[in-house]
Write a protein that binds this ligand. Structure first.
Ligand SMILES: [Zn+2]
Ligand SMILES: [Zn+2]
Length: 190
């Protein structure tokens, strides 16, 4: 069974990477490994927006996969965007190989509050499950406690749990039987 490679873009706290690795292995029952960190994604910087283009990041991290049929999750501190949205907490290729999450807006400091390391870790775990769920073909869930529900704000991220709802868990099992032969690769933001 092919797994997921977690790769930091720039310096990311070990505790965050460990938590993300653990929750992905637990949720999807797949091997998860971490790759050596890549440099900051300066190539994706958009001077006008002062943010980083997530599509370029996705393309860049593809080569970090252990093998062609496996998945890769990038983790960055940089604030990500896609052209039609002011920001994204993460992005993934639906039924594709690559996903990325940004910690920028998961940090309490972003909103002027004191840093909260545990809350950051919990939020990162939920967003990692969400984006890797997309790579396995899961789409947005209407249950706002399910990690596959769409989050545009951290308030919504905080309502979600890390465990897939029963519907998404069943869907994942179905998708997994087809994986890795699926070649339906459109993009899913958010
Ligand atoms: Zn769900
Ligand atoms: Zn999504």
């Amino acid at each position: 069974m092919n797994g997921v490679t977690v790769v930091a873009l720039g310096r990311i706290e070990e505790t965050v990477l460990e938590a993300v690795t653990t929750v992905l292995g637990h949720t999807f029952q797949i091997p998860v490994r971490t790759a050596p960190a890549l440099p900051e994604p300066v190539f994706a910087y958009d001077q006008q927006r002062g943010q980083y283009g997530s599509v370029l990041v996705l393309r860049h991290i593809l080569k970090e996969r252990a093998e062609p049929a496996s998945k890769v999750l990038g983790v960055t501190e940089k604030d990500l965007f896609i052209p039609m949205l002011s920001f994204v907490l993460g992005q993934a290729q639906l039924s594709g190989p690559a996903a990325v999450i940004s910690l920028a807006r998961l940090r309490q400091e972003f909103y002027g509050f004191a840093a909260d390391g545990d809350l950051l870790i919990t939020r990162a775990m939920k967003e990692a499950v969400h984006e890797i769920g997309h790579t396995f073909g899961l789409t947005h869930c209407t249950d706002n406690r399910c990690p596959m529900s769409l989050s545009n704000t951290v308030q919504h991220v905080d309502i979600k749990g890390t465990d897939l709802c029963a519907t998404c868990a069943t869907l994942f099992e179905e998708k997994r039987r087809q994986y890795p032969t699926s070649n339906n690769r459109s993009s899913a933001a958010g």
